[in-house]
Design a protein around this ligand. Sequence first.
Ligand code: NCD
Length: 349
Amino acid sequence: MQHLIDFDQVTLAEWDMLLDRATAIRKDPAVYAESCRGKLVATLFYEPSTRTQLSFQSATLRLGAQVVGFSGTSGSSVTKGENLRDTIRTVSNYVDAIVMRNPMEGAALAASLFSEVPVVNAGDGGHFHPTQTLTDLFTISLEKGNLTGLTVGICGDLLNGRTVHSLLKALIRFPGNRFILISTKTLRIPDYIRNILTAAEADFTEVEALEGVIAQLDLLYMTRIQRERFESEEAYRRESGIYVLDSAKLALAREDLLVLHPLPKVDEITQEADEDPRCRYFEQARNGMYIRMALLYELLHHERVKQGFPKSRGEGRCTNPRCVSVQESSLPTLIEGGRCLYCDKEIKQ
Ligand code: NCD
C-alpha cells in the first residue's frame, strides 16, 4: 500500500503482515526502538484528537523516528487561506509520511493526489477512519483469536461515526460475520455504506433496541453520538442519552462478549460497566499504538513517488457540502458510476 485512505488499500496479505508485526512489537517493543531512525513524520490535525494524534506521535517516537506537525489550524497557513493541495505539496517535501485528520470528507484522498510520501487518513469528517479500524481488528484478533464467524453489534451514531463505516467495510472482507446495527432511525448507517453491505451480500439487520439483541453478540462496538456533526444543539439532544450500556444490560450478555469503543466516550457506558472485564477499550487504545507502529514501519520504508498533476475523471459535480471537492476548488473532479470518489455520495443529476 502506498497510502492508507481506508482499509480497502490494505490487501489481506498486507493485513496479515501488519498483524504479525504489531504482535511482535507488542511483545517486545525494544526490538523496534531504532528501526526508523532518521525518518520524519508530519501529523496534520485540523480537528481535535487525543488518542489518534498522541498514539501516532508515540508510535513515531517509539520507532526512533521524529515528528513535526500542528494540532488545530490556528498556528498554520491554513488561516491565511492556503488550500489543502498547496499545504500537502509543501509538507511532503519535508517529511517521509503524512498523517492527517481533517473535517472534510475525502480530504485524505485529495491529499494523496498531491503527496510524494504516504498519506495516512486519521479521520476525514464523518467518512472514514482506517487506523481506528486497524486498532479494532488487532484487538478483536487478540481477544477472539480470529476475525471470522462473529456476530457483531454496532451501537450508537452509525450515521456520523467514521469508525463504524471503516470497521463495517473491513469486517465484511472476512467470512461468516453477521452484523446487528443498533441505532435510532435518524442515526442509521448512510446509504453509501448500506450499498456496500448489500453489494457484498453481507448479513446485516438494523434494529433500535440494544436489550433485545445483546445476548446474541460476540462483539459489541459502542460509539459516541457525534455532537460536532449535528446541525444544532437541539438536534443533538434529541439523539443523545438513548443508548447506555450498564450492568443490567451486560447481565443479559454472554460471558465471552467483547465490548469495544473507539473512545472518547461521553455517557454511553456507565462507570460501573467500565469495570466489567468484558469491556476492553483501554487495552484497545494501547493496541492502537502498536498497530500504528507496524503501519508506520511499513510506510516509512517506501520510496518517494513523484506525482504528476492528477487528471479529472467523469462529469458533473458533487453536491455534498461536507465533501472536500465542494469546499476546495483546486481539486480534479473524480466521479465514477454516479458516485463522488472523494466522499462516496451519489451524484444527483
Ligand atoms: C474516534 C474519531 O475520532 O472518530 N475517536 C478516535 O479516533 N479514537 C471516535 C469519536 O470521536 O467518537
